[in-house]
Design a protein around this ligand. Structure first.
Ligand code: ZN
Ligand code: ZN
Length: 398
């Protein structure tokens, strides 16, 4: 019996291999009639101009934090007060924070709970309005620069995706898939509704591998879904707390709308904690030696070589070496070492003229201490930062 199975598998393997070989040998014309045209593949029109690389400010924060209002048994004032969250955010230099309480605990009425909390205010940290949309099919964070009718979004949660998308558009909110691959509460909705994804949930980077796989699929599909982080804390902890990881957003203006717009545009990177180095990623598309685009930006390829530049900013350990892993279209493109107090790496590649392509970065190296959350660095290990992609030939009307 066992032997028969083995023979069957060997046969399958041979058939499989011979199929691959013949598919490579055949020219498409041998499969398709000569006049066949794929109606979905059209020349790309003019792309919107790329925004300034310098007019703006990098702001750090956490996009997934629960307060005392996230309690199944009702509001628990001692669990994680809004006041303490905002004071902590200020103490680690955050520019913004999103308190995203579970909306099901208040049956959708976030407006009269988290947002109505007398301590939901700050003179220095920008506060996003949002909640963790908590549904049978999964969780997603909403973000908005101003209050909106969250009740309406809660009420539509169990309807068809097209109806949910219509309400989302009407409310003008940002939706970001949380812990998309689970292990529990994976995001079981269409990614057509989604602007961003939580590819780095909590200080335990290694548990996010499957979420990153989904992100790669969405990028390959033509969706420019922004990657972001979120600590997903519910109460104080010395292992996983606010800022593990930290999401950096390049905001054209220092206000809440600037943060939400930056999230949509993908000018976003994630670092292990508020004091870990931040990665910058640029490309020079016209060989003039000046950088023309950064992560999140999309341009037409020219058929000529493009120079990419990676920089590490902030609290860099100058006696250590960092490794920059470049991912091109879901596959490893190259690995570069960088060191010194102002580390920079450049590499060159020639994106194909027509097809969509993207390049993104994963930075590994020494852990950065986070004294306020002393046990987090050991759990995060050598994962330092990740970038969003630089895109070529993506259709903005996808
Ligand atoms: Zn969740
Ligand atoms: Zn959560």
């Amino acid at each position: 019996m066992y032997k028969n199975i083995r023979i069957a598998f060997s046969l399958l393997a041979i058939i499989g291999i011979s199929n691959i070989v013949s598919a490579q040998d055949l020219k498409p014309a041998q499969y398709l009639p000569k006049n066949h045209v794929n109606p979905w593949i059209k020349p790309l029109g003019a792309l919107p101009p790329i925004a300034s690389l310098t007019d703006g400010v990098w702001l750090k924060g956490d996009l997934h934090v629960h307060s005392s209002h996230s309690s199944e048994g009702g509001y628990d004032p001692k669990r994680h007060p809004v006041k303490d969250i905002i004071a902590f955010a200020k103490s680690v230099g955050f520019g913004y924070i999103a308190i995203t309480d579970h909306d099901n605990h208040v049956l959708g009425d976030v407006e009269h709970n988290t947002w109505a909390d007398p301590d939901f205010k700050s003179d220095s940290v920008l506060l996003l309005y949002g909640a963790e949309w908590t549904t049978t099919r999964g969780h997603g964070n909403t973000f908005s620069a101003k209050p909106y009718d969250h009740q309406k979004f809660y009420d539509v949660r169990d309807q068809r995706d097209a109806n949910i998308l219509a309400v989302k558009k009407e409310l003008g909110i940002h939706l970001s898939a949380n812990h998309p691959a689970g292990p529990k509460d994976h995001f079981g909705f269409s990614y057509d509704m989604v602007d961003a994804m939580e590819v780095w949930n909590s200080c335990l980077w290694t548990k996010n591998a499957n979420s990153n796989l989904i992100w790669e699929d969405m990028l390959a599909s033509g969706r420019r879904v922004t990657a972001r982080g979120g600590s997903d804390v519910h109460r104080p902890s010395d292992v996983n707390y606010i800022g593990t990881p930290t999401t950096w957003v390049f905001a054209a203006k220092r206000n809440a709308q600037g943060v939400v717009d930056g999230l949509v545009n993908g000018r976003v990177s994630v670092s292990a904690n508020p004091f870990a180095p931040r990665v910058e990623f640029y490309a020079d598309i016209n060989e003039d030696g000046k950088m023309d685009m950064m992560m999140g930006d999309n341009a037409k390829s020219t058929g000529k070589p493009i120079k990419f530049r990676v920089e590490l900013k902030g609290n860099v350990k100058k006696d250590s070496t960092y490794t920059i892993n470049v991912i091109k279209d879901g596959r490893k493109f190259g690995s570069y070492k960088m060191a010194g107090s102002n580390p920079v790496v450049e590499f060159t590649d020639t994106p194909r003229l027509v097809e969509r392509m993207y390049y993104r970065l994963i930075v590994e190296g020494p852990a950065t201490d986070y004294p306020q959350v002393p046990r987090s660095a050991a759990v995060t290990g050598n994962m330092v930062a990740l970038s969003n992609p630089i895109y070529f030939n993506f259709d903005p009307k996808f």
